[in-house]
Design a protein around this ligand. Structure first.
Ligand code: GLN
Length: 399
């Protein structure tokens, strides 16, 4: 058999999505890959029903259906306090996943450096490899997940062309403060670089934290490429609708990359999604209230069980510290991946091993998500409660 490219040998499949497959095989509750188990708003499903009969069923404009681009430009324009040109500054993509890949392929030459925070959403690693970019990792240090600005400057001094910012951050739930973003922006401008920002959890930012779009900071509109998606905001992860916004020249390039990668996002779904973007502001307020309640409920449940965890400022992810378990003789020498596989089979709950997000050798964290119905969260907590028994055995010195 002829040899495959060296490229495909340099990264693995997504551990997040692998966990989903293992979880499905054994019928565990899947708290690994983050997606809701509840329905999208009726506005979208009603529109989808109508579109099924009325169309469109053929390609839409490659860069995105004009009405969807207009609606997205209006929404983002409101968020950043500036008019966005739907024809020149927006590309609709197949999920934010494609938006991020388009951004990287558009701005990076092979060998170009890109600053990536660690932990990072695992796609960024593969995006860097596929676009030929070399990541320079800057740690977000638990438990606060703060960072050393000096290391970012060091990265820019080494020639980094861009910094990737996931805000709010998957997996650690960090919401960057205005001050942090201003500091980063100052460096981006000083070193004439780009901020590539992934804002798919923008509507899941828990009080008192606030989401600030780095694109809204002075001078940053010409230096920011915003990647976002409808997946989380409208509970339609399977629709694969995302978008990229940025300066005209960048979008011009990204349009070409997108054109040849996918031709376009699904036309019927783009049309149906417009109904979501027409919803009033109360929709986003209700969504936040729903997730705030789920976050509090799930975190309180983890507390009752005695599992150590962070309280996310944003997103629907929680990092749980499994050090106490790995200290038990039965798990001696185990990796977090092995622990997650054991948990799927023996506890019936799937999580993502933290090591798939960290550049550093971190082995004691696992990521769970709470985008689940109350009943499912209750059952998950009941099952996770079985873990508590293990800790008790340890405390009693019986293990
Ligand atoms: N962003 C979600 C997660 O991290 C879903 C990832 C995906 O599979 N696209 O779990």
């Amino acid at each position: 058999m002829p040899k495959l490219s060296e490229r495909v040998g340099t990264f693995t499949d997504s551990v997040i999505r692998r966990m989903t497959r293992i979880s499905d095989e054994v019928g565990a509750i899947n708290l690994s890959q983050g997606f809701p188990d509840f329905d999208p708003p009726a506005a979208l499903t009603d529109a989808l029903e109508r579109v099924a009969h009325e169309g469109p069923h053929q390609y839409s404009v490659t860069f995105g259906a004009p009405n969807l681009r207009q609606a997205l430009a209006k929404k983002q324009g409101k968020a950043i306090g500036r008019t966005i040109d739907p024809d020149k500054e927006v590309v609709v993509t197949c999920g934010s996943t494609e938006a991020m890949m388009c951004a990287m392929m558009t701005i990076c030459n092979p060998g170009d450096r890109v600053i990536v925070f660690s932990p990072f959403y695992e796609n960024y690693g593969a995006d860097a490899i596929l676009s030929g970019a070399e990541p320079i990792y800057v740690p977000l240090v638990p438990p606060e997940y703060d960072f050393d600005l000096g290391l970012i400057e060091e990265g820019f001094k080494q020639g980094a062309k861009a910094i990737i910012i996931c805000n709010p951050s998957n997996p650690c739930g960090k919401v960057f403060t205005r001050k942090e973003l201003e500091d980063i922006a100052e460096l981006v401008l000083r070193y004439d670089a780009f901020a590539v920002t992934d804002e798919v959890y923008e509507h899941m930012v828990y009080a008192p934290h606030r989401h600030v779009c780095i694109a809204s900071l002075p001078g940053m509109i010409e230096h920011t490429i915003t990647c976002n998606s409808l997946s989380k905001t409208f509970s339609v992860t399977g629709w694969r609708l995302g978008y990229l916004m940025g300066p005209e020249e960048v979008v011009e390039g990204a349009k070409k990359v997108h054109d040849f990668l996918t031709v376009g996002a699904p036309a019927p779904l783009q049309e149906s999604a417009c109904a979501g973007l027409a919803l009033p502001d109360s929709y986003y307020e209700d969504l936040l209230a729903l997730y705030t309640e789920k976050r509090n409920y799930f975190c309180a449940g983890l507390d009752r069980i005695g599992l150590k965890h962070n309280v996310p400022q944003g997103t629907y992810f929680v990092m749980v510290d499994i050090s106490d378990f790995l200290a038990l003789p039965r798990f001696a020498g185990w990796t977090d991946l092995a622990f997650c596989e054991w948990m799927i089979k023996n506890i019936g709950v799937a999580a993502v091993p933290g090591s798939s997000f960290f550049r550093e050798p971190v082995n004691h964290l696992i990521r769970l998500h709470f985008a689940r119905s109350k009943e499912t969260l209750d059952e998950s907590l009941r099952r996770l409660g079985k873990l508590a028994a293990l800790l008790e055995e340890k405390n009693n010195g019986t293990v």
